[in-house]
Design a protein around this ligand. Sequence first.
Ligand code: AMP
Length: 366
Amino acid sequence: MTDHAARPVRTVGMLGGGQLGRMMALAGARLGLRCVVLCPDPDSPAFEVAAGHIVAPYEDEAALADLADRVDVVTYEFENVPAATAAFLAARLPVRPGPRSLEVSQDRLAEKTFLAGLGIPTAPFRAVDTLADLQNGLAELGYPAVLKTRRFGYDGKGQAKIGTPGDVVAAFEAMKGAPAILEGWVPFSREISVLTARGLDGRLVTYDVPENEHRQHILKFSRVPSGLAPETEAQARRIGEAVATALEHVGVLAVELFLVETAEGERLVANEIAPRVHNSGHWTESACLVSQFEAHMRAVAGLPLAAPVRHSDVEMENLIGDDARDPERYLGEAGASLHLYGKTEIRPGRKMGHVNRIRPRPRPIG
Ligand code: AMP
C-alpha cells in the first residue's frame, strides 16, 4: 500500500466503537484528525465523539467501501477484525496496524508460536483439537494447566483450569468443539504489561511498565511505577519492542507479561499480545504528556512519535459495573481525574469508565 502512504492523513477510519475507539477519536481530534467510526452497535460510545459514524456489520462490503471513500487510513480498536474485512479495506487504503499484527494476535497458538520464535519465554503449550490431544498434552505439561480457546477469548472467557485428571473432560467440553491451546501453569507473582508505539518510520517508543491487578479476571488497577527490578523492566521493554518490530506494527501494542520469582531472580513470561491501545495504558492519559491514544493516532497518521515523558506516578482504577453508579464522588478527589465512556446501561462486569489518581514527580521521567 505504499502508493497510498504518502497521502497526508486528515481522516481516520476506526473499526470498533467502544471506549478504546472513543478515546482514540478524542485524542485524534486534538491533532486535527477526524475519525469516522464503523461499528454494528447503534449505541457505540465512540459515535458521540467522532466526526462521523457508520452503523453496519464488519462484513458489510458496501459499508466498508463507504468508509474507505470517507477516510485516508483505517485503524481498529479490537483484534478480532475479520481477516476478509481487513483485506477488503487494505486493497483500497492503508490499514494500520497491518495484517500480521491481526493474524498473530487473533489466535493464541499463532501468538505463542510467534513469541517463541522470537526467543520470548511463554508458558509451555500444545495445540488441542481432540480429547486425545488434551490427554497427551497433559501427560507432557503436567498439572495444573489451562485450556483456552485459540480465538475470541478475553477477560478469562473461553478458559478452563485443569487442576486434576477429574477436570479434563469438563474442560474439553467447555471449549464447545472450538480449536484450543493447552498451557502449562505459570506460577506468577505479579502481572505487568508493556505498551510500545511504533511509528510508520519504524521508530519505537515504550512507556514505563505498569503492574496490573485483576478482579474476577477483569483489570481493576494499573500502577506506575511498578517497582520492578530495573533489569526486569528493561527486559519487558525489549519484549514490547521486539514484538512491534517483528510484526512491522504501526500503532500501539501491548504485551501482557507474567512475573515469576525464582531463586535466580525475576523472570518474565509473555501471555498475550494486544495489537492496539490497552486498558493497562489508560493511566498514560493523565500521567504522560502524550497518551497511548495520541501515540496510536500519531503512528497511524504517519506523524512523529514523542518520547513518553511521564510527569506523575499514577494509579488507574477501572470503574466496573456498579463502581460507576455515583461517579460524582470521584470529581472532588484531589489528584483524581475521572473519565466516563458515556455508556448508558450499567451491567455487572461492564467497563464504564476509569479514574486516574496521580502524584506529580519532582522530575519527569522520559
Ligand atoms: P488471558 O485470557 O490469557 O489473558 O488469561 C486471563 C488470566 O488467566 C491471566 O491474567 C492470568 O491471571 C490467568 N492465566 C492465563 N494463563 C495462565 C497460565 N498459563 N498460567 C497461570 N495463569 C494463567
